[in-house]
Design a protein around this ligand. Sequence first.
Ligand SMILES: [Zn+2]
Length: 267
Amino acid sequence: MLEIGTLAHPAPHQDALYILLHRNRVLIEKDQRFLIPFTHFQPHAKMNAVYCGEWKGQDVFVCRFESLPKGFEEIDLRELLFLQDADHYLILSRAHQLSTWDRDHQFCGRCGTPMTDKFPTEHTKICPKCTLRHYPRISPCVIISIRKGDQILLARGIHAPKGKFSNIAGFVEAGESLEHAVAREIREEVGIEVTNIRYTESQPWSFPHQLMVGFFADYLSGEITPAPGEIDEADWYHINDLPHTPNPITISGQLILKHIENMKNGG
Ligand SMILES: [Zn+2]
């Protein structure tokens, strides 16, 4: 289990483990380990080792390579996430998100001065000239399973392959509540109104920095009208006759499974 530990972070040390990234790929040792011991890898002076938390009593850091180092193989992060259990998912997701934030916030957005890291003590970058602070970026997104009687609404976005359906989802806008974002996204993407919006669960999704917030909602009114340029097709599907839906490791797959279970239990 990952202990995030938001208090004082340790500096890299000899008992630590490392997650090594190259673009969106994770470097692995030949025996398929992605948590690399210090004895197999030591960060050099110019490399930012970002603290991720504690894993089974050991500190974990993430480092990012600009080019593929010798002696390692690489595997796509999403592929690895789908192969691992929930605990591994959390640590990989967190490592990728922190490392991406570190790479993408090197300069002050206000005055352009190179930022100073407060590593290893905390995940904060400070501008030495104007004192602007940056914290790891987290972007909330709502994702919703919508019910109408014994049916749920499934949609296929314009970038999804033929035959692969999912829930309605979208980014929360500035100044908007989560519930408002749910109603707006559904209205915009499929043209219907919903009621009884209720929170279900959430999942970090580090591609690159979303926090997916899952909801159930009930159909209220309107005809399904897919938004041109966003949704290719959308329809009501009976819970006993569903098309291809997302892997249950994703919140999208989980929402569908839980919603159907509730409906079958009379909920
Ligand atoms: Zn500045």
